[in-house]
Ligand binder design. Sequence first.
Ligand SMILES: C[S@@+](CC[C@H](N)C(=O)[O-])C[C@H]1O[C@@H](n2cnc3c(N)ncnc32)[C@H](O)[C@@H]1O
Length: 298
Amino acid sequence: MKGFFLHLPVLLQEVMEYLKLAPGDTVLDATLGGGGHAAQCLKKIGSKGKLIAIDRDPEAIENAKESLSEFNSRIVWVNDNFRNVGDILRIAGVDKVNGAIFDLGVSSHQIDEAERGFSFLKDGPLDMRFSNCQDVSACGVVNDFSKDELAEIIREYGEERHASLVAGGIIRARAKKRIETTKELTEVILAAVGRKYRKVRLHPAARTFQALRIYVNDELESAEVGVRETLGFLAARARICVISFHSLEDRIIKNLFRNAAREEKLKIITKKPITPGRDEIRANSRARSAKLRCAERV
Ligand SMILES: C[S@@+](CC[C@H](N)C(=O)[O-])C[C@H]1O[C@@H](n2cnc3c(N)ncnc32)[C@H](O)[C@@H]1O
């Protein structure tokens, strides 16, 4: 096992209550990560149940194969993008699932591993890919895209008001030397917009890092396609839970659920998104921006 894979599952109790799984169920965990949600699902569905466990990150799959080894015979392991969920389920011979969970974004483990390049707080190569099979890394985007392209990515996916200033700072810095590490990029951002964040609690690099990660991994389109496809595989009265960590993702899920409800394919169970309580946020600061939405197949 590479490193210690620590990830506290977010809104675990709420997810389990909403999913309402029963012994023998077939469940889709589209974002296996550290396997925290998966482990609880496996306990609920018992020895006759089946879990389809997807993660785009091969390291997550390898780690979970060890941590969930006691359940191995009931798990179908899939190292792929969940946007391919239709093909994944068809190949696994699954035509309906009795529950599905998408816990979007990155795991604490991915953020904490400096060499994955996700964190502005740790120095590592500017990577941010979920899998090294992907062609484009954050380094490629930062060093090869035009100023306009960079500004658009940072504005759209980071909701950064000062996107042009950040993009301008990147262009000036890379004219002297390629920006290759997270620390180098963070310093460039601090020099470009640090003063604008003097009275703001958010780190000046947070929005730009989020934007690059979303772009590099095509996160929004993957979520939209993956969740939409999954709705077609839900058995009658099966539930889907989606946890998102920023407003762009949450809006996509809200609209998907709303449109399917208008077509009378889905009943929305959470009229407003469920958020973690104070105790959970105190124990796991990553939970603070989580929003859970649940819907049921009609
Ligand atoms: C927040 S973590 C999931 C944590 C997990 N629920 C647990 O209890 O440990 C998100 C995981 O989803 C994976 N992921 C993100 N986007 C993906 C995609 N498009 N397809 C498959 N896996 C993806 C990431 O690699 C990461 O391991």
